[in-house]
Design a protein around this ligand. Structure first.
Ligand SMILES: C[S@@+](CC[C@H](N)C(=O)[O-])C[C@H]1O[C@@H](n2cnc3c(N)ncnc32)[C@H](O)[C@@H]1O
Length: 278
């Protein structure tokens, strides 16, 4: 078996191309997969960040290779994920208009059954500088089960009483709807380094809580700064993440070590252990 770049407790990171690594992990089956793939939107355009005009380019990994090549590339990771997903498992894929319609088409073509298309609404999205179209203020997150026959996990009750800590009354004992209002990533989640497309922990918190259980194994094949892994660790899920960029994996490691430190410091077991020495 291939050696992880980092492993501690039930949190493992692999460095390299997702397709190659997944082939070598073929004996492992996952309960839940979250994919935050390249959105293919780095087309030399401009956007606004903290009031400044900046390039939209995220890196070479995010460049489109043209319609047909993009379809082929998306198809290959969708197939690879299906190979390693348990029969009753489910997959989430984030995207925008640049990639998500290709993703939806290919999920169905590969036999997945789309359950929901979640709108992640960003109440504080940056303004649109060109003033030639509506301001992008949402992303789409597709949720699909492996097939129509799959008995996927949905923690309906937990979602019904979901308490957003910033807005305690929101969603209190009401069915959770498919539009999720979650602000852009707060500064404190970037304290260990920057990733250009880092997702807010709150988004992964909802995804993992709703569609997996404690002890389940979660995969993120394009893990970047490890947001899925951090949420998995907090929620007591096992985690495997892959990224082709070591710099991002190093941010993920620092984030995990910080989360682990506070978990050990504040857990009841560790309090008992600390008491032994006082
Ligand atoms: C949209 S970002 C993921 C961000 C992540 N969700 C987070 O919160 O930090 C996509 C990631 O895919 C990685 N990537 C691109 N091509 C890859 C490949 N072929 N294999 C593995 N990782 C890849 C990039 O380095 C980038 O970090």
């Amino acid at each position: 078996m291939i050696k992880p770049y980092y492993q501690e407790e039930e949190f493992s990171l692999f460095h390299g191309d997702a397709l190659k690594i997944l082939k070598q992990l073929h004996n492992i089956k996952f309960d839940l997969i979250y994919v935050d793939p390249p959105y293919l939107l780095s087309n030399d355009g401009i956007t606004c960040q903290s009031g400044k005009m900046v390039s939209v380019n995220k890196g070479n990994w995010d460049k489109s290779m043209g319609f047909d090549e993009d379809l082929k590339s998306i198809d290959s990771w969708i197939k690879a994920c299906k190979e390693v997903l348990k029969e009753d498992g489910s997959i989430w894929v984030s995207g925008t208009l640049h990639n998500i319609y290709k993703v939806g088409y290919l999920l169905e073509k590969n036999g997945y059954d789309i359950i929901n298309d979640i709108i992640w609404y960003k109440p504080n999205a940056p303004p649109n500088l060109s003033c030639k179209y509506f301001t992008h203020s949402h992303e789409i997150v597709l949720w699909a089960r492996k097939s129509r026959e799959s008995h996927h996990t949905f923690n309906y009750g937990e979602m019904k009483v979901w308490n957003n800590p910033k807005d305690k009354l929101k969603n209190k004992d009401k069915q959770m709807r498919s539009v999720w209002s979650i602000p852009l990533i707060p500064k404190k989640e970037k304290e260990f380094g920057k990733h250009p497309t880092q997702k807010p922990l709150e988004l992964l918190n909802r995804i993992i809580t709703s569609s997996s259980n404690e002890g389940d194994l979660v995969l993120d094949p394009f893990t970047g700064s490890g947001t899925t892994g951090i949420a998995s660790s907090i929620l007591k899920r096992k985690f495997i993440g892959i990224d082709s960029n070591k710099e991002y994996l190093d941010v993920a490691i620092k984030r995990f070590q910080d989360e682990r430190k506070s978990r050990l410091l504040f857990s009841p077991e560790s309090k008992n252990q600390i008491m032994k020495y006082i």
